[in-house]
Write a protein that binds this ligand. Structure first.
Ligand SMILES: [Mg+2]
Length: 251
Protein backbone atom coordinates (compact mmCIF):
# COMPACT_ATOMS: atom_id res chain seq x y z
CA UNK A 1 0.00 0.00 0.00
CA UNK A 2 2.82 2.36 0.92
CA UNK A 3 4.20 1.90 -2.58
CA UNK A 4 1.06 3.28 -4.27
CA UNK A 5 0.89 6.27 -1.94
CA UNK A 6 4.59 6.87 -2.49
CA UNK A 7 4.03 6.84 -6.27
CA UNK A 8 1.12 9.29 -5.97
CA UNK A 9 3.12 11.54 -3.61
CA UNK A 10 6.19 11.52 -5.87
CA UNK A 11 4.07 12.32 -8.93
CA UNK A 12 2.41 15.20 -7.08
CA UNK A 13 5.76 16.60 -5.98
CA UNK A 14 7.46 16.22 -9.35
CA UNK A 15 4.51 17.47 -11.38
CA UNK A 16 3.06 20.00 -8.95
CA UNK A 17 3.24 22.90 -11.41
CA UNK A 18 1.65 20.84 -14.19
CA UNK A 19 -1.16 19.67 -11.91
CA UNK A 20 -2.09 23.29 -11.16
CA UNK A 21 -2.76 24.14 -14.81
CA UNK A 22 -6.33 23.55 -15.98
CA UNK A 23 -5.23 23.11 -19.60
CA UNK A 24 -3.51 19.86 -18.62
CA UNK A 25 -6.93 18.41 -17.78
CA UNK A 26 -8.39 19.04 -21.24
CA UNK A 27 -10.55 16.10 -22.24
CA UNK A 28 -11.38 15.88 -25.93
CA UNK A 29 -13.71 12.90 -25.65
CA UNK A 30 -15.61 11.36 -22.77
CA UNK A 31 -16.46 7.73 -23.42
CA UNK A 32 -18.70 5.22 -21.68
CA UNK A 33 -16.10 2.56 -22.42
CA UNK A 34 -13.45 1.65 -25.00
CA UNK A 35 -16.09 0.26 -27.37
CA UNK A 36 -16.98 3.89 -28.14
CA UNK A 37 -13.58 4.28 -29.78
CA UNK A 38 -15.17 2.99 -32.97
CA UNK A 39 -16.72 6.46 -33.27
CA UNK A 40 -13.23 7.97 -33.35
CA UNK A 41 -11.44 5.33 -35.38
CA UNK A 42 -11.12 7.43 -38.52
CA UNK A 43 -10.05 10.56 -36.69
CA UNK A 44 -6.80 9.18 -35.27
CA UNK A 45 -3.81 7.26 -36.59
CA UNK A 46 -2.73 5.91 -33.22
CA UNK A 47 -4.53 5.04 -29.98
CA UNK A 48 -2.37 4.93 -26.84
CA UNK A 49 -4.23 2.76 -24.35
CA UNK A 50 -4.07 2.54 -20.60
CA UNK A 51 -4.71 -0.95 -19.22
CA UNK A 52 -6.15 -1.11 -15.67
CA UNK A 53 -9.83 -0.12 -15.50
CA UNK A 54 -9.67 0.92 -19.14
CA UNK A 55 -9.26 -2.39 -21.02
CA UNK A 56 -10.21 -4.71 -18.16
CA UNK A 57 -10.36 -4.83 -14.35
CA UNK A 58 -7.33 -4.10 -12.18
CA UNK A 59 -4.54 -6.60 -12.99
CA UNK A 60 -7.10 -8.94 -14.53
CA UNK A 61 -5.81 -12.24 -15.90
CA UNK A 62 -7.63 -12.16 -19.23
CA UNK A 63 -9.05 -9.84 -21.85
CA UNK A 64 -12.56 -8.51 -21.52
CA UNK A 65 -14.78 -10.29 -24.07
CA UNK A 66 -17.04 -7.24 -24.40
CA UNK A 67 -14.12 -5.19 -25.80
CA UNK A 68 -12.66 -7.88 -28.02
CA UNK A 69 -14.17 -6.76 -31.34
CA UNK A 70 -13.11 -3.15 -30.78
CA UNK A 71 -9.53 -4.08 -29.92
CA UNK A 72 -9.36 -6.40 -32.93
CA UNK A 73 -10.62 -3.55 -35.05
CA UNK A 74 -7.93 -1.20 -33.71
CA UNK A 75 -5.17 -3.75 -34.28
CA UNK A 76 -2.31 -2.04 -36.11
CA UNK A 77 -3.10 1.38 -34.73
CA UNK A 78 -3.15 0.82 -30.97
CA UNK A 79 -0.40 0.64 -28.38
CA UNK A 80 -0.51 -0.13 -24.68
CA UNK A 81 1.47 2.24 -22.41
CA UNK A 82 1.99 0.90 -18.92
CA UNK A 83 2.95 2.27 -15.52
CA UNK A 84 3.31 -1.26 -14.10
CA UNK A 85 6.38 -3.16 -12.98
CA UNK A 86 8.50 -5.06 -15.53
CA UNK A 87 7.12 -8.42 -14.39
CA UNK A 88 3.57 -7.12 -14.69
CA UNK A 89 4.28 -5.68 -18.13
CA UNK A 90 5.43 -9.12 -19.26
CA UNK A 91 2.13 -10.49 -18.00
CA UNK A 92 0.30 -7.75 -19.91
CA UNK A 93 2.22 -8.84 -23.02
CA UNK A 94 0.95 -12.37 -22.50
CA UNK A 95 -2.62 -11.05 -22.39
CA UNK A 96 -2.61 -8.28 -25.03
CA UNK A 97 0.64 -8.78 -26.95
CA UNK A 98 -0.95 -10.38 -30.01
CA UNK A 99 -3.17 -7.31 -30.43
CA UNK A 100 -0.78 -4.44 -29.83
CA UNK A 101 2.75 -3.53 -28.70
CA UNK A 102 3.17 -3.13 -24.94
CA UNK A 103 5.64 -0.54 -23.63
CA UNK A 104 7.16 0.85 -20.48
CA UNK A 105 10.11 3.21 -20.04
CA UNK A 106 12.90 3.01 -17.49
CA UNK A 107 16.31 4.34 -16.70
CA UNK A 108 18.95 1.63 -16.38
CA UNK A 109 22.36 1.81 -14.80
CA UNK A 110 24.01 0.93 -18.11
CA UNK A 111 22.77 4.03 -19.95
CA UNK A 112 22.47 7.79 -19.54
CA UNK A 113 19.36 7.75 -21.73
CA UNK A 114 15.87 6.42 -21.06
CA UNK A 115 15.26 2.86 -22.24
CA UNK A 116 11.98 1.96 -23.88
CA UNK A 117 11.17 -1.66 -23.03
CA UNK A 118 8.81 -2.53 -25.82
CA UNK A 119 7.19 -5.84 -26.67
CA UNK A 120 6.34 -5.99 -30.35
CA UNK A 121 4.61 -9.14 -31.54
CA UNK A 122 5.34 -10.42 -28.04
CA UNK A 123 9.11 -9.99 -28.48
CA UNK A 124 11.06 -7.67 -26.20
CA UNK A 125 13.08 -4.78 -27.61
CA UNK A 126 15.26 -2.60 -25.36
CA UNK A 127 15.58 0.72 -27.18
CA UNK A 128 17.69 3.59 -25.92
CA UNK A 129 15.76 6.79 -26.58
CA UNK A 130 17.57 9.97 -27.60
CA UNK A 131 15.01 12.70 -27.12
CA UNK A 132 17.19 15.40 -28.70
CA UNK A 133 16.68 13.96 -32.19
CA UNK A 134 13.98 11.33 -31.56
CA UNK A 135 16.23 8.43 -32.49
CA UNK A 136 16.60 5.01 -30.89
CA UNK A 137 19.64 2.85 -30.37
CA UNK A 138 18.74 -0.83 -30.21
CA UNK A 139 20.43 -2.32 -27.16
CA UNK A 140 18.42 -5.51 -26.69
CA UNK A 141 21.44 -7.78 -27.07
CA UNK A 142 23.35 -5.99 -24.28
CA UNK A 143 20.49 -5.25 -21.91
CA UNK A 144 18.32 -8.36 -22.08
CA UNK A 145 19.53 -11.81 -21.16
CA UNK A 146 17.97 -15.26 -21.38
CA UNK A 147 14.37 -15.53 -20.17
CA UNK A 148 13.95 -11.78 -20.72
CA UNK A 149 16.03 -11.04 -17.64
CA UNK A 150 17.22 -7.41 -17.58
CA UNK A 151 21.03 -7.32 -17.40
CA UNK A 152 21.34 -3.81 -15.96
CA UNK A 153 19.54 -2.62 -12.80
CA UNK A 154 16.50 -0.39 -13.30
CA UNK A 155 17.08 2.80 -11.33
CA UNK A 156 13.99 4.76 -12.35
CA UNK A 157 10.61 4.13 -13.97
CA UNK A 158 9.06 6.76 -16.21
CA UNK A 159 5.38 6.78 -15.44
CA UNK A 160 2.41 8.68 -16.77
CA UNK A 161 1.88 11.67 -16.38
CA UNK A 162 5.52 11.94 -17.54
CA UNK A 163 4.92 12.72 -21.22
CA UNK A 164 8.29 11.36 -22.30
CA UNK A 165 7.03 7.78 -22.42
CA UNK A 166 4.19 8.83 -24.76
CA UNK A 167 6.56 10.82 -26.97
CA UNK A 168 8.92 7.84 -27.21
CA UNK A 169 6.13 5.38 -28.01
CA UNK A 170 4.73 7.67 -30.72
CA UNK A 171 8.20 8.03 -32.22
CA UNK A 172 8.73 4.25 -32.08
CA UNK A 173 5.48 3.76 -34.02
CA UNK A 174 6.63 6.23 -36.68
CA UNK A 175 10.06 4.60 -37.05
CA UNK A 176 8.50 1.11 -37.17
CA UNK A 177 6.33 2.34 -40.04
CA UNK A 178 3.12 1.58 -38.15
CA UNK A 179 1.87 5.17 -38.49
CA UNK A 180 2.60 8.12 -40.73
CA UNK A 181 4.97 10.92 -39.76
CA UNK A 182 3.31 13.43 -37.39
CA UNK A 183 0.38 11.09 -36.60
CA UNK A 184 -2.93 12.10 -35.05
CA UNK A 185 -2.74 10.49 -31.61
CA UNK A 186 -5.35 9.86 -28.92
CA UNK A 187 -4.41 8.97 -25.33
CA UNK A 188 -7.16 6.83 -23.79
CA UNK A 189 -7.45 6.19 -20.05
CA UNK A 190 -9.59 6.27 -16.93
CA UNK A 191 -7.54 8.61 -14.72
CA UNK A 192 -6.98 12.34 -14.91
CA UNK A 193 -3.74 12.56 -12.93
CA UNK A 194 -1.93 9.97 -15.00
CA UNK A 195 -3.57 9.38 -18.41
CA UNK A 196 -5.23 12.71 -19.17
CA UNK A 197 -2.43 14.93 -17.83
CA UNK A 198 0.16 12.80 -19.66
CA UNK A 199 -1.75 13.17 -22.94
CA UNK A 200 -1.96 16.94 -22.59
CA UNK A 201 1.70 17.29 -21.61
CA UNK A 202 2.59 15.23 -24.68
CA UNK A 203 0.34 17.53 -26.73
CA UNK A 204 -1.98 14.82 -28.04
CA UNK A 205 -5.78 14.51 -27.81
CA UNK A 206 -7.26 12.72 -24.83
CA UNK A 207 -10.23 10.44 -24.17
CA UNK A 208 -11.44 9.75 -20.66
CA UNK A 209 -13.30 6.46 -20.29
CA UNK A 210 -15.60 5.70 -17.43
CA UNK A 211 -13.54 3.34 -15.25
CA UNK A 212 -14.24 -0.30 -16.02
CA UNK A 213 -14.85 -2.27 -12.81
CA UNK A 214 -13.28 0.47 -10.60
CA UNK A 215 -13.88 -1.52 -7.45
CA UNK A 216 -11.41 -4.17 -8.62
CA UNK A 217 -8.67 -1.57 -7.99
CA UNK A 218 -6.52 -1.92 -4.91
CA UNK A 219 -8.06 -0.19 -1.92
CA UNK A 220 -5.57 2.68 -1.95
CA UNK A 221 -6.13 3.23 -5.66
CA UNK A 222 -9.89 3.37 -5.08
CA UNK A 223 -9.23 5.97 -2.35
CA UNK A 224 -6.97 8.05 -4.62
CA UNK A 225 -9.51 7.85 -7.46
CA UNK A 226 -12.51 9.06 -5.48
CA UNK A 227 -10.78 11.40 -3.02
CA UNK A 228 -8.37 13.07 -5.42
CA UNK A 229 -8.30 12.06 -9.08
CA UNK A 230 -12.01 12.35 -9.89
CA UNK A 231 -12.92 15.50 -7.89
CA UNK A 232 -9.77 17.45 -8.81
CA UNK A 233 -9.85 16.26 -12.42
CA UNK A 234 -13.53 17.14 -12.88
CA UNK A 235 -13.11 20.64 -11.42
CA UNK A 236 -10.00 21.36 -13.46
CA UNK A 237 -11.55 19.96 -16.65
CA UNK A 238 -14.55 22.24 -16.18
CA UNK A 239 -12.37 25.27 -15.42
CA UNK A 240 -10.55 24.60 -18.66
CA UNK A 241 -13.82 24.14 -20.58
CA UNK A 242 -15.26 27.38 -19.14
CA UNK A 243 -12.17 29.26 -20.19
CA UNK A 244 -13.56 29.22 -23.71
CA UNK A 245 -12.50 25.87 -25.11
CA UNK A 246 -14.88 23.28 -26.44
CA UNK A 247 -16.65 21.07 -23.96
CA UNK A 248 -16.50 17.31 -24.42
CA UNK A 249 -19.95 15.84 -24.10
CA UNK A 250 -20.09 12.21 -23.02
CA UNK A 251 -20.83 9.64 -25.72
MG1 LIG B 1 -6.15 2.87 -15.51
Amino acid sequence: MRDHFHTAKTALQERFGDYLKAKNYKVDHRLKDVNKLYLLEKRYDLFLLDRDCTLHGYHAAAREPAFELTLEHLKGKSDLVSNSSYDEVRRIRDIFGDLMPVSMMVRMEASDHPILLRFVGGKLNAMEYHDDDGSFLHRTAELVGPDERLLSPVIHKFKKPNPEILTAVIQANVLEGRVRHDPRVLMVGDRYLTDIVAGNLADVDTALVRPFRPLTDKLELIAVRYALDLPLGTVMRNIHALSGSSYALPY
